[in-house]
Design a protein around this ligand. Structure first.
Ligand code: ZN
Length: 118
């Protein structure tokens, strides 16, 4: 069953908004577990793929295969990432970054995630 979303979660997930950097609860959160879609609970990211991008949003270098949609936005040359199940907006992905060896940076709003510890 889908979770009801609060005001910020609706702004992010349904209106494709972005939370204020350094305010999200998962920005500097490094426990072992799985990050799931806040709305429909689909597992999206393993904690092993999380890194500190120092830009104020949770960052991952890999998704759980088949869990997200990636869609290029011609207007601003960004690639939007959303949940494949409920289509809720999660954030953006950039390739060619050098934070980790995968050279991929999923920048995700904390408001679009929940977390289940292993
Ligand atoms: Zn979802």
């Amino acid at each position: 069953m889908w979770s009801p979303l609060d005001h910020l979660e609706r702004f992010v997930m349904l209106k494709k908004g972005t939370e204020t950097p350094f305010t999200g609860k998962y920005n500097l959160h490094f426990e072992k577990g799985v990050y799931r879609c806040k709305q429909c609970h689909k597992p999206l990211f393993e904690s092993d793929s999380k890194f500190d991008s120092q830009d104020g949003w949770p960052a991952f270098d890999e998704v759980i295969p088949g869990s997200v949609l990636e869609q290029k936005i011609p207007a601003n040359e960004q690639t939007e990432v959303s949940c494949i199940n409920c289509k809720g907006h999660l954030g953006y992905v950039k390739n060619g970054t050098t934070f980790t060896q995968k050279n991929t940076h999923y920048s995700v709003n904390s408001a679009a995630l929940d977390f289940v510890a292993n």
